[in-house]
Every structure is written in C-alpha cells, then in structure tokens.
Design a binder for this molecule. Sequence first.
Ligand code: CMX
Length: 440
Amino acid sequence: MDILKQRFQEKAAALFQENRAMLKEHGDLIIDQVAVRQMFGGMRGMKSMIWETSQLDPHQGIRFRGYSIPELRKLLPKAAGGQEPLPEGLFWLMLTGDLPTEEEVVWLTAEWKKRSAVPEHTFKALDAMPKETHPMTQFSMAILTMQTDSIFAKRYSEGLPKAEYWDAYYEDTMNLLASLPRVAAYIYRRIYKDGDHIEPNADLDWAANFAHMLGASEHPDFMSLMRLYLTIHADHEGGNASAHTTHLVGSTLADPYYSLSGGMNSLAGPLHGLANQEVIKWILEMVKELGTETPSDEQIRQYIQDTLSAGKVIPGYGHAVLRQPDPRYMAQRSFAEQYIENDNIVNIVWKLFTIVPPILQSLGKVKNPWPNVDAHSGSLLMHYGMKEFGFYTVLFGVSRAMGVLSAGIWSRALGMPLERPKSLTSAAVKQFIAKTTVQE
Ligand code: CMX
C-alpha cells in the first residue's frame, strides 16, 4: 500500500468508527430546519451533507482543513526556487487533514507522473469531435472515454466488498488526476495551436508540467501562476454545483470517471465555472465598444448599467454563500501585485472592484456585491498570453477535480449511502401552508 493510501486508511478508519458512535448516540438531534423559501430558492444554506475536505464561511471564505489561502501560500511545500504552493500538497492535505512534508509532496508528484498515461482511444475520440466543440464538452467527454480504465468499475463487477470501495476509488482518483493535465493540454493545443502537441516534461511538478504542455507562455511566472491557480480552485466545500454533482453521481456507486464528468458538466454553467470565460469576454467587449483599454470610471459605470439594463448579470460578481470579497480573488490580486506591472486588463479588473459593488448594492436585491474567484483569473491568463478564454473553465476543472475526487474517496470510506432527498410539488407546499396557518 502506498504512503498516502496508508495515511488515509488510518484517518478514515478512525473517523468511520467515531461517526458510527456519534450517530448511535446523537443521530436524532435536529441540526437544521427548512423554510419554504429555501425549497424554492436553490436550497441556500440548507445543511444536508458531509464534506471533509474544506468548509466555507460567508465572511472568512474557504478553509481547506482549517487553513486559509494566505496560510496555505505560506505553509504548503513549494517547487525549488518557486514561491507558490504545489497543488499536490493541497491534495495531500485534503485527503489526510495533515500538511505534507516536502518529501511527501515529491513522492506524490512522482506517483502522478507514473500514472499519467492517457489511453490512445481518448485522443482518437477527441480528434473525432468538431474542433469548435466547446472545450468543456471535449473535457467532460474525454473523462468519460477514460472510464474504460476504471478500477472501481472493474473491481465492483468482480464483487468488491463495501469496506474496499474507498480503495478502488482512490486508485481511479490518482490515475485521473495524473492524466487530466495531459488531456486538458491536448484539448487546448488541438483547438488553438493546430494540433501541435507538446510532450510532458518528466522533470517538472504537476502544475508546471501542465503549464509546459499548454505551451501558452514561455514566461517562468506562468508556471507559478498555474501552481497557485490549481491550488485555489480545488475545493469550495460540498454544496457548490460541481462538487454536489460529483458527490451525487458518486453516491450511486458510479465510478469516479462518471462522477467527475458529471461535475464538469455542472462547472460548465455560466452561473458557476464558466463565469471565468464570461468575465473576460465581457471585459473585452467593453474595451471594444469603448474603443480604449484604459476606460474612465464613468465609462465603466455606464457599461455596467447597460449590462444590467439588458437583463444580464455582471459576471464574476456575487456568490451564493460568500458575503465578502472572495479570498481566491484576493490571492490572485496579490499575485498580480507581486508579479505583474501595469497591465491594462488587470487594471480594469481592479477598477471594477471599486465600481461594481456600490452599483450592485443599489439594486437592493444582490446579497453579495463583491467579486468571486472568476473576476480575476482571466486577466492573469491574458497577461501571460493565454487569450483563448473559451478554455478557461477547463483550467478550473483540472483543479476542481482534486477537491471533488478526494471528497469522493472520503464519502466511500465513510460509507455514505445513495443520496436521495425528498421533493414536493408546489401544490403539496400550498397544502402544508394552508394546514399550518390554520393551526396557528
Ligand atoms: N449581477 C447582477 N445581478 C446579480 C448578480 C450579479 N453579479 N448577482 C446576483 N444578482 C441578482 C440575482 O440574479 C438575483 O436576481 P433575481 O432576484 O431578479 O433573480 C438577485 O440578485 C439575488 O441573487 P443572490 O441571492 O444575491 O445570488 P444567488 O445566490 O441567487 O446567485 C450567483 C449567486 C453567483 C449565481 C450570482 O451572484 C450571479 O449570477 N453572479 C454572476 C455569475 C458568476 O460570477 N458566477 C460565478 C460564481 C462563482 C463560481 O461558482 O465559480
């Protein structure tokens, strides 16, 4: 058994027993109640699932196993000479709850390298799709084509006992994470670089090798950006759409390939991960319409008003849970302050930070007027020359896979059952209201 799997097994076995005992003693305690408003309002705030890898506070933002993003930027192991955290370290942390040592991260980088082969038929299936197919469609489909290699599916069909589900889920997760950068880079080069693919470089860590295979930028800081980017997008507790979808599909014991592909389809929505492409698209349209890359505050204000008057949302702003500027936005801003000098698009992103919130606030209905993670990411990629914004959500997806799949291993280890909440018709809710208000 490898060192990470062993560490996980110890932690998971202990928590499994603790949870069993807790459920026996306190299983009937009421932890939450559901308002009619929540049933019609996308289940906001309803406590309804267990997710070990991270937790989101509306004011503090995301904490991965208790660590904030600024803390992780300091504490996670880094590449030699690098200043940004290695995403491998975050995966280790999410899975075990412990910060890894440098040696452990070196081991994980090497392990993913060993497992990084992509089946030939995946490339063939991608090549058979029209090039103009959206990169997220290609990504999701590519993940499904690799399902032929699922160890979970194979072992399940051979009679895998329940106590070993997590073990097979772990194997698939490690193989998937190892191969996703290659698949994503293949899609990028296929669509935007005439299929001129770049072989992996075995000397590089997971994120740097991804940056290398993308071949989008020669700048060494692009590798640092990828390390930070892939770390901060990984997880945002369990209720967000991509996490919840992956979790739901996994609860049927569909293997990690099916689950992740489902999660990626969720990420592809403009209210979720696709917002990173929408932000840059919107900014570039603004620049084009105004005829300048250095618009005045007044011009930007008017453009925002026009967007809202057209019945559209301001992409990159607002959040279902957060009520403060997103720490993932702030981390990217701090990266830009450190690495980038005077970039027009970055400057627009910073101007929006002060101009958008009062306007959204004045609408009187937006619960969070602050920027989310997607408001900043595209401007950094643009800076290093990766201008193909249709691809941006795939980058988000490669990172998000780490969070949702490590959470999936936990779900299998903790014996989480098939997810099956209760739905009601509108008529049933009305009947409930009539009965309840008469009783009052
Ligand atoms: N621009 C304009 N209107 C907005 C808005 C924005 N950025 N954010 C929220 N609103 C509107 C909502 O559309 C809603 O309007 P209606 O009542 O007319 O339907 C109202 O304000 C209340 O919404 P809310 O409770 O504040 O926000 P929700 O929890 O319903 O939605 C989110 C959250 C993210 C979907 C929404 O803020 C939004 O559409 N933002 C823009 C898209 C975006 O950036 N998504 C990425 C989120 C991060 C991620 O998942 O990657």
